[in-house]
Design a protein around this ligand. Structure first.
Ligand SMILES: *Cc1c(COP(=O)(O)O)cnc(C)c1O
Length: 320
């Protein structure tokens, strides 16, 4: 923030400002070149948020950026957050902390295993302090008593909830929308949803001519839509564009995969040269192709898929 009396901006603040401008220049909107799409008369483009940074990729940067600013404004130099052993969010936080000269603490769900996941290994390499807690304790992550135990142990910290999905995280995702360069022509904007905070954030800024489509990666009934509605209300968005969450494409549930999903990803990558991963973006694209096959959109329709990143431990995902 432009304060004339401020002595100087720190190295860390400069690094994060650079990352912020990189997130704008590196996120290209590209045509998905697939003969199959041409046959169906669909113009599909993809916003490549995976290009922002190898570790702080995709939507996680947008969820972090106002949280980082709030922490800096509050004079906090330690950030603490929560996640599982494969958390893209913890990895993004660890790496942002390294760049921004901030201390980071990751509270990890489940006991420490002998061989850390490649994601946690990378977090540790970036300087994140990892604190493993049993699953039962992890569930208490919203309780004041649990947080105060963490403060006893680690001192002062700025708390970012799991996935970065607080209101600052949601607000940050509104900043994805200008990268789409939308005019007032109808377009469907589709993205994968875990907490649906990214979808909610984009709904703050999408024009009325757009339609937003979230693809849930979770099994079971749709608990995300009410949360999105609540979040929009909390942030004063009374007239979002039409939106919907599809729940048919979870492929067995969170981080589950089917042979059909893996085949689809392989074929898509071969035809288009665009890498996907099986937890989020693979399910998103599988869903879009199924919906196109079902005739959801008439020929001539414009679609944009958001590539939310998450490609980091690719080789491991292929083995798992
Ligand atoms: C976290 C994540 C998502 C889900 O974002 P939500 O805001 O929780 O819906 C989607 N894609 C990737 C690659 C992610 O890492």
């Amino acid at each position: 923030m432009g304060c004339m009396l401020c002595v100087e901006t720190s190295r860390g603040e400069r690094a994060l400002a650079q990352l912020e401008s990189a997130s704008i220049s590196a996120s290209v909107l590209e045509d998905v070149q697939d003969p199959w799409l041409q046959e169906h008369g669909i113009h599909l483009r993809m916003l490549r948020l995976d290009r922002i940074h190898p570790q702080i990729s995709g939507n996680k940067w947008f969820k972090l950026k106002y949280n980082l600013r709030a922490a800096q404004a509050a004079g906090e130099d330690t950030l603490l957050s929560f996640g599982g052993a494969w958390s893209n969010h913890l990895l993004a936080l660890a790496e942002a902390g390294r760049l921004g000269d901030l201390r980071t603490i990751g509270v990890v769900r489940g006991e420490e295993s002998q061989a850390p996941s490649p994601v946690l290994q990378r977090c540790a390499d970036a300087g994140m302090v990892l604190h493993h807690v049993p699953r039962g304790d992890y569930r208490r992550k919203h309780e004041a008593a649990f947080i105060s135990q963490l403060r006893d142990r680690f001192g002062h910290f700025y708390l970012i909830p799991e996935g970065g999905s607080n209101l600052d995280g949601v607000r940050g995702c509104a900043d994805i929308v200008p990268l789409l360069g939308l005019d007032d022509r109808p377009v469907t904007v589709a993205l994968a949803c875990g907490t649906a905070a990214t979808l909610a954030g984009m709904l703050l800024a999408l024009p009325e001519s757009a339609t937003a489509l979230g693809i849930s990666v979770l099994r079971g009934e749709d608990t995300l839509s009410p949360q999105v509605a609540q979040c929009l209300q909390a942030l004063g968005q009374t007239k979002p564009c039409p939106w919907q969450i599809e729940t048919r494409f979870h492929c067995g549930g969170y981080a589950r995969r089917t042979a059909q999903l893996l085949d689809f990803i392989e074929g898509f990558e071969l035809r288009t040269g665009i890498p996907l991963e099986p937890v989020y973006t693979g399910k998103l694209m599988l869903a879009l192709y199924r919906l196109i096959e079902e005739g959801r959109w008439p020929p001539g329709s414009e679609l944009i898929a958001i590539h939310t990143g998450g490609l980091f431990p690719r080789e491991c995902q292929k083995l798992a």
